[in-house]
Design a protein around this ligand. Sequence first.
Ligand code: NAD
Length: 412
Amino acid sequence: MTTESAFDTALSQLRRAVDQLGLSENEWQTLSTPRRILEVAVPLRRDNGNIEMYKGFRVQYSTTRGPSKGGVRFHPDIDLEETIALAMLMTWKCALTNLPYGGAKGGIAVDAATLSITENERLTRRYTSEILPIIGPERDIPAPDVGTDERNMAWMMDTYSVNAGFAVPGVVTGKPIVLGGSLGRTSATGDGVAISTREALIHRGINPEGATVAIQGFGKVGYWAAVALENMGLKIVAVSDVNGGVTGFSSVKALWDHFLLHNNLNAPGTDRLSNEELLHLPVDVLIPAALADSITAHTAPGIKAKIVVEGANAPTTPEGDAVLNEKGILVVPDILANSGGVIVSYFEWVQDKQNYFWDADEVKQNLNSIMMKAFKDVEDMATGRSVTWREAAHMLGVGRVAEAHRLRGLYP
Ligand code: NAD
C-alpha cells in the first residue's frame, strides 16, 4: 500500500524537480499552487424519476503557457485532491512535449457503468453547463479520460455550442470525426506508448522485434498500445482488465474479437492469471495501463521486466518507484509515455481552429516526431544529469513552465 496520496506524490515530485533545477522559493510557491479550482454539484434525474446529486470538479492547474488542457474522468473514487494532482501532471506533460497548453483535469465522482445512456447524457450535459463559464477553445479544453469517451465529448461540444449559438468544435478534443475529431486520436495514447516502448528497448540494446510485453488494462490505452506493438513486431504475452488477466492468445486482434462478442477475455485456448501474476511475468516490458497505484512496495519486488512503460497516469507509487530503481529497471514515466493522447488532442484543436483536416499519415508522422523529440530530451537529461527518467521528465516540464512564468512576469 502507498503511504502517500496522488497529491502528496505529485507535490514531492515537483519539490524534487524545483530543487534539482535550483529554482527559488518564490518559484516553488508559484509552481505548487493551482490557478483555478471549481467544485460543482451535478444533479441527475434518473430514468425512474429519482433525483441524485453528484460532485463534479474542474481544476485548471496552470494557464501560463496557453489554455489549460486535460481529461474528464467519471469514476466513483475521484476527489478534489486527486484531480489537482492529475491537473498538475498534465501541466508538466504539456510542457515536456512543448505543446502550447497549461494543464487541467476534471470529472464527476460517479460510476459510469451504473448509468443508462440517457442518464449519462443528462449528467454530462449538466456538468458541462456547470463548468461552462471557465471552459472554451481559448481557455480550457476538456478531453476523454477514464469512464468517458467520444460520445461524452460530442454531448459536451453540443452543450457548449448551443449556449454559444454556433458550433464550437474546438471546445473539447477526442470528438467523433464527423464533429471535428482528428483521425488517429482514438489510438493516439496507445500509439505513443508503443513508440516509447520501442525507443526504450533500443536504448537498452534490446531488439524490439520479438521482444515480449505484458499489459495491465485492456481499455483505450492498453488495447491500442497492444495493437501498435503487435504491428511493430513485438509479442504481447499477457493482458488483463479489472477481472484479471489472460495469456496464451494467438493475437491481440483475436482476443479483441472475442472480447467484443462476449465482454470477457476468456478466449478459447487462453489461460487465466491474476493481475499480480501478470505484473510478475518474466517479460522484456511491463505496461501498466489501468489505474493509479498498481506498482507499489508490495508488487514491485516481484517485477522481472527490464523496462516499465507507464501507460496509466501515476501507476507507480514512490515506494514502488524506489524498488524499481534499486532493481535497475528502466521506467519510462507517465508524462512521457502516455503523452500521445494530448499530442493528438493538440492536433485536433489545431485542425478545428483552421477548419482544415489532416490525413491519418500526417497525424502519425507528426505524433512520432513530437514523441521522439520529447523522448530524446528526457534521455539526454537523464544521462547528462545522472537522474532517473522520471526526474528528467519532471525537470524538463517544470523548467519550461518556470521559464514561461519568468518571461511573462507578474501582473500587476
Ligand atoms: P479505460 O477506462 O478505457 O480502460 C481502463 C482499463 O483498465 C480497463 O480495461 C479496465 O478493465 C482496466 N482496469 C481497471 N481497474 C483495473 C485493475 N484493478 N486491474 C487491472 N485492470 C484494471 O481507461 P483508459 O482511457 O485506457 O485509461 C487508462 C489509464 O491511462 C488512466 O490512468 C488514464 O488516466 C491514463 N491515460 C489515458 C489517456 C487516454 O487518452 N485515454 C491518456 C493519458 C493517460
